[in-house]
Design a protein around this ligand. Structure first.
Ligand SMILES: NC(=O)c1ccc[n+]([C@@H]2O[C@H](COP(=O)([O-])OP(=O)(O)OC[C@H]3O[C@@H](n4cnc5c(N)ncnc54)[C@H](O)[C@@H]3O)[C@@H](O)[C@H]2O)c1
Length: 355
């Protein structure tokens, strides 16, 4: 697909979910990689993950901004607040918007559906409406591998049908893609959705397996291994995700008219995943080794005594496996950091941060 080049220098860029795992890393990367840009980070600091960790991430961004010619400003606010979103777009006239704010998590959506509708549906709708009234060069937004549901055909390709979500979270992410398509078509808004595959790394999300398992093991608790360990995940290290997002930000789907004289929607969706699914038990073995190596757990830790094999959870899927060839074709990039390197960096960060 043809792309319109988007220069990230001297631009005003909105990142929603800027205190989150991916958003904070993106903000730091943009401070490094851009000149003269104004980066506005919006986040309402939900307590789904520890607020202290979000505040720590914001401090890291603040530190980074001291050595950048670009600036970062944090705004605490809720994306579902339409007046706030419109006032920000009116004030800053964003050139590029990266929507990462969301209520994440598959399991949490079983018991807390309201928050998914609030942030992922109303919040995202507000962003689209604002992009309609204050046109942007490129809207990039987070989708998820969860849209593939229980698809059996692997690797997952964006050409596959994804009409059978198995969680409300997945349904909201698929809805985001549908909403974006309609807005791209109706209002010629260049938009790119990115289906992220299990992103992990230092200062990541505490609800994700590698992080919650580390906490549990340290406390001497027992970790639950779902589907009796019979699942595999396409883990993607945070730096690879950020590299992918930054590249995608710089290439917006081209605006063109069709034979009917009306715009062809400048719309695209990509997978961004490691492309080498790891069996969960192998992943856990690597995690254990790296936790011992970093000194988070003692060498004689009895891992077998702290593991329980349990059945699959509602909303979970047995396998995720990304076909990221379209991303590689259009943006010349595919994730490359393996789990040993990635988990080593996580374990070392964890040791420094908590111990
Ligand atoms: N991390 C992953 O493995 C993964 C995988 C697939 C998709 N995603 C998607 O990528 C995006 C970023 O994920 P993450 O891992 O950084 O999650 P995260 O939870 O760390 O970050 C999301 C941030 O959004 C904020 N937020 C939530 N609702 C908001 C609202 N209404 N208004 C303003 N801020 C709000 C939260 O406070 C949080 O800091 C999300 O859209 C997520 O669904 C993540």
């Amino acid at each position: 697909m043809s792309k319109e080049s988007v220069d990230l220098n001297n631009k005003t860029i909105l990142i929603t979910g800027a205190a989150g795992f991916i958003g904070s890393n993106l903000a730091m990367r943009l401070l490094d990689a851009t000149e003269g840009s104004t980066i506005i980070g919006l986040d309402c600091l939900t307590d789904y993950n520890p607020v202290e960790l979000k505040e720590w991430r914001l401090q890291q961004i603040e530190e980074k901004s001291k050595t950048s010619t670009s600036t970062f400003e944090f705004i605490k606010g809720d994306m579902a607040d339409k007046d706030l979103i419109f006032s920000l777009f009116e004030k800053y006239h964003f050139a590029i918007v990266v929507n990462l704010a969301a209520q994440a998590g598959v399991r949490y959506s079983i018991d807390h559906p309201d928050t998914y509708i609030h942030s992922n549906i109303i919040g995202f709708y507000n962003i689209l409406e604002a992009c309609r009234h204050y046109p942007v060069e490129h809207l990039v937004y987070a989708s998820s591998s969860s849209v593939y549901g229980g698809n059996k055909k692997v690797p997952f390709s964006t050409d596959n049908k994804v009409d059978n979500p198995v969680s409300l979270y997945a349904a909201t992410k698929k809805s985001n893609e549908l909403f974006a398509h309609a807005y791209s078509k109706l209002y010629n808004i260049p938009s790119t959705g990115l289906r992220f595959f299990t992103v992990y790394g230092p200062a990541g999300r505490t609800d994700m397996f590698y992080f919650s398992a580390t906490n549990k093991l340290r406390e001497g608790g027992t970790i639950k291994i779902f589907n009796y360990g019979n699942c595999s995940r396409d883990f993607t290290y945070i730096d690879d995700i950020v590299e992918g997002v930054v590249r995608v930000m710089q290439g917006a789907p081209e605006k063109r008219n069709g034979e009917d004289g009306l715009p062809i929607p400048p719309y695209a969706v990509y997978n961004i995943g490691g492309g080498t699914p790891e069996n969960l038990l192998d992943y856990i073995t690597t995690l254990q080794e790296e936790l011992v190596r970093a000194g988070v757990l003692p060498e004689d830790y009895d891992f077998d005594a702290h593991k329980e094999l349990v059945p699959m959870q509602p909303g979970d899927v047995p396998v995720t496996y990304a076909d990221s060839s379209a991303l590689e074709h259009d943006y010349g990039f595919r994730p490359k950091i393996g789990i040993q390197t990635g988990l080593r960096r996580f374990a070392e960060w964890y040791k420094n941060f908590y111990m």
